[in-house]
Design a protein around this ligand. Sequence first.
Ligand code: F6P
Length: 367
Amino acid sequence: RKRIGIMTSGGDAQGMNAAVRAIVRMALFRDCECFLIYDGYNGLISGGNKIVKAKREDVSGFLTLGGTVIGTARCAEFREKSGRQIAALNIIKSGIDSLVVIGGDGSLTGADNLRAEWHSHVEDLLDAGKISKEEAVAHDNLMIVGLVGSIDNDLATTDITIGAYSALARICEAIDALQITAFSHHRAFVVEVMGRNCGWLALSAAICTGADYVFIPEDPPKGKDWESRMCLALQNSRAAGKKTSLIIVAEGASDSELNPIKADYIESILTNRLKFDTRVTILGHVQRGGSPTFKDRLVATLQGAEAVEAILRADATTPSLIIGVLNNKITAQPLKSAIKLTKELTAEIAKKNFDKAVKLRSTTFTK
Ligand code: F6P
């Protein structure tokens, strides 16, 4: 009988609760036991009442709620091997043999590190007399399954991450509202959206709201005269009769020399050069708030069910897995390669190889 631990980690994302609910319900349906781990890796390190056996009704009402009811954290201690050893001890003491982590790139990397070190943790804990020989034998392996919960949609090997569609919906809703007041005053709005190193939210929002200009990390404006080109494009659009201007800036956007492009800077160009009446709106955490759209409920539920199936299929040779979606099909792929590809992409941006970055990013969105 499998004993599955479930936790959310890193920045919250709409749909995480739907995933937790699906995992609990599917696990119980498939005759597994499951444990809710509260407050991410902090809870795993604290143990005690942060790791609680779950019943079916514990996740009632979760489907439609945003955020994560079981809590999350960005946990510095878990980044250290010593922190992960305490987590390993609590996992063993709770009898957990499989761990499902719903989180972003960093959280899933942490999970994979824990698994890679698992045998040495078990040996150290046994040597230190913290676990018995029987416990060591019973926990000779830890299965890890990741679900990508992040509004950024920044993980390779999945078309979409849990939360990204809801955040996009929230951004579109906010920008639609801004367009109304922009129209009344014939104003320009510069809107900064989240996404860390990934331009998916900004680019998708630009498409969905008919923005005049967009800045994303993967495809910075080329050359020194990008400001003049932007001004010309905005002027032309006004000359053609448009009453407003909308510029979307990804929070990680930069020029091709990697100097950050910030909303305030764009505002100053529009004000000084074009004499546009310009306002800046930084959408911030509103993007992560609110309830999940139908799409995140659906994807999170299907992925949660698959996470349990993947655990039941696994044997000691199965690598840590990541559950994703590719071409509309739920997938289970090695976690390591997904993380590796994602890191390669960020590295290409840092090396200013933007064409390569765009090509790599095409696993999640096309140029
Ligand atoms: O990774 C999700 C995200 O919302 C990013 O888009 C953003 O850069 C970051 O988290 C904000 O983190 P915090 O909630 O810790 O301020």
